[in-house]
Each structure stands twice: as C-alpha cells, then as structure tokens.
Design a protein around this ligand. Structure first.
Ligand code: SF4
Length: 205
C-alpha cells in the first residue's frame, strides 16, 4: 500500500509529514480510518524532507494549487525542522504559493527553547489554522486528551505569538456536542483573530 505524503482536496495540496500527535482527540479519524478521500495517510515511517520535496516536485505541476497545507494524520510541529525545511524549498521555487500550517497549537511545548511562530514566519509560512477544540481548559482536556499539562494555555499562547509574528491566524473548532462554539468564537474575537467552525471532519482543522 502506498503511503500518501502529498495528497489533495479541492485546490489545496496537503502534506502528511507525521502520524504523531500530542493530542488524542476522541473524534480523531486516525483511530478508525486509514486515510481520507481515497488517500492512504498511515505512515510506516516519517518521510525525510528530501522525500517530501520529491513528491512536491511531481505533484505541484499537476494543477494550479491555491495553497500548500501541512496537515495530515498528526501534528506537523512535532517535526518543526522538517516543516521549516520543506517550506523554505516551496518558497524558493514558488514564492507566490501560499503555505498554511494546520496545527493543534502545541508548537512551543513540543519545541522547548524555540521561537516557533517567528521561525515559521521567517521561512515563509503565511497562515496558521489553530485547532481549539474546547471552550475552556476542562473541556479541552476532556475532548483532546493532551499528553501534557497546561495544553489549553499553551494553545492560547501560540495563537497570540502567531499573531505577534504577523502570521495570518485562524482559530477553528469542530461542531461536537461538548463544545460551545460561540464561546470559542468570542475568544477568537477577543484575541483579534479569525474564527471558523468546522463540521465534524476530523484532522482537517
Ligand atoms: S484530531 Fe488532530 S489534534 Fe486531535 S488527535 Fe487527531 S491529529 Fe491530533
């Protein structure tokens, strides 16, 4: 079975660079699907940057993509250096291509001592969509089951750092019964970032 590292939905080209995640959301498709839209997203091993770039070389010319999105069956900032290297390559070869990171917002605790938002901006990441599946810490813990303490606070801090670094920031939340979408929407408003509610299609946050 082929492992799909670069796959697509509509006019967005997605990169599935890891299957590891610091959350364990109860609704995550990884628990019961092998992929989505006909693509197989279970990785036998994490692809080296060279392999991801090789796939980009083949798939970028296929059509006029609107954006390249780091998003798959895992949290991309678990592989920050790989993400940065691949983004550098994309921007060097396609300076006008939009690059977006879909993230659970755990980039700082996952990469201690790094200025994650600034590093993303410096290599050319344009936008981040931050998944905030909880309107308060208790709900977040219940829904996302993060692997470390203070995860909710860390997500909020990531949102603010990303905004400070001049990244285009969007907070997203899935429509599930535990989550009060309007509270998260208000929180995004207070933080001065966009908000998007998503229907229940996990991992595409
Ligand atoms: S839904 Fe996203 S954040 Fe949650 S466990 Fe799955 S990959 Fe991680």
């Amino acid at each position: 079975m082929n492992q799909d590292i670069a796959y697509w939905l509509g006019n967005s080209l997605y990169l599935n660079i890891t299957n590891k995640c610091s959350n364990n959301c109860y609704f995550c498709f990884r628990h019961y699907l092998r992929g989505i839209a006909g693509f197989y997203l279970k990785l036998k091993e994490e692809p080296r940057p060279e392999r991801i770039i090789e796939q980009l070389k083949r798939k970028m010319p296929m059509r006029k993509w609107e954006e390249v999105v780091f998003c798959g069956f895992g949290e991309p900032t678990m592989r920050l250096n790989c993400l940065l290297e691949v983004t550098r390559w994309i921007k060097r070869h396609n300076p006008n291509m939009k690059v977006r990171l879909n993230t659970n917002g755990h980039g700082y605790p996952l990469n201690p001592g790094r200025n994650v938002a600034k590093e993303l901006k410096e290599v050319g990441v344009d936008a981040v969509s931050v998944s905030l599946n909880g309107h308060d810490e208790e709900t977040y813990q219940h829904v996302c089951k993060p692997s470390f303490k203070d995860a909710y606070e860390n997500v909020l801090a990531f949102i603010m750092e990303a905004k400070r670094a001049n990244l285009e920031v969007e907070v997203t939340a899935v429509r599930i019964p535990e989550i009060d979408i309007s509270k998260i929407q208000n929180l995004a408003l207070q933080l001065g970032v966009k908000f998007r509610a998503r229907d229940y299609i996990p991992c595409f946050y």
